[in-house]
Design a protein around this ligand. Sequence first.
Ligand code: HEC
Ligand code: HEC
Length: 345
Amino acid sequence: MRAQVFGALLLASNSCATSRQGADERRAEARDREPPRASETADPILPLPHSRTLDAGRVALGASLFQSPLLSGDASVSCASCHHEQQGWADRAAHTQVAARPATALNVPTLANLQYYFYFSWNGAYDDLAAHADSLLENPDIMGTTWSAVAARLAHAPGWQERFAAGFSTGLRPENIRAALVEYEASLSMPDSPFDRWLQGDGSAISVAAERGYRLFESRGCVSCHQGMLLGGNLFQRLGVMRDYDPAAMAKALHAEPAPAVESRAELGRFTLTGREEDRHVFRVPSLRNVALTAPYLHDGSVATLADVVDIMAEYQLGELLGPDENQSIVQFLDTLSGRSQGAP
Ligand code: HEC
Ligand code: HEC
């Protein structure tokens, strides 16, 4: 069933455009291989596993690459400029603005538990971390360079040649830079959340209120979309199932200033990939693991707190209103989903 549900998907996205060539074919593929949106797959929520078969040397090399501005064309930005470990490898700004680049059209997502995702990006445009890394590197608004340019630069910087020679028999080569970075990305798992310990039988790992929140999460239907080990990440769904998505109206209901919108087609979600009307505002259902660490929320970072996004979900996705204590219990449940960041394996 998995294979059928999670069919391969290799697409160009608006925010991280890969080469123009073949874009039409990839779009056609997207149409043909659309995964289901219904909750017919309802995966059970399982604890995150510990076991990982990663190469420790390459992970460490990838960690250094992640921190290095030599990976950007103008040598001013590293991956860590936008993805901060203490914030679950996300960023506190709704739209992140770093050196000489436009503010990001979308909120910087967490990188925790990437190895368990089936799709990457808010609109799920990629199904492979290596292909995603290619597009990041080439995107002028992110890194703006090429692997071979990075290889040439690293070859002249002290220490890299030796480190690559230790990690790869072929040494410092463009494809090995990418492989080390991807190995590091796959290492960013955050197991051992209180909820995982509770799932494994430790009844006192979460509070009574959080347990009540979990039951509400199930009974109110959140789990029909936020399902499986990641509590999300395996379906595409519209933002605004029961009510049309309207950020200005949302801000008003929340008594908040509307977030300054960044004009972008990325707002349109999967529509930018498929061009189909029904894909407007359809996004990958985000994983709720570590969600307490990754404010602000939604693809545009327009919602500041978990309490508010939970109310929005109930209203816009389920057509329900939650009582204040129900909202609070669900937030307490979501708080139990923060795992422990692990260093290199
Ligand atoms: C200028 C800020 C910025 C920089 C620099 C940056 N990213 Fe990101 N990253 C983002 C944004 C914004 C998104 C979401 C884009 C989207 O969904 O279309 C993202 C998405 C991702 C994702 C997908 C996560 C998911 O949930 O699917 C991965 C993986 C990732 N970045 C890794 C990296 C790596 C590796 C680097 C360095 C090579 C990097 N990023 C550099 C802003 C940045
Ligand atoms: C119909 C599917 C669906 C249902 C039901 C649903 N969600 Fe969501 N949820 C989504 C989608 C899609 C997004 C991402 C929307 C966006 O980014 O614009 C999301 C986003 C979120 C976020 C923000 C995550 C982040 O990183 O920004 C939280 C928290 C959340 N949902 C919790 C809940 C809770 C709690 C419930 C039940 C009250 C619920 N959801 C019900 C589909 C759903």
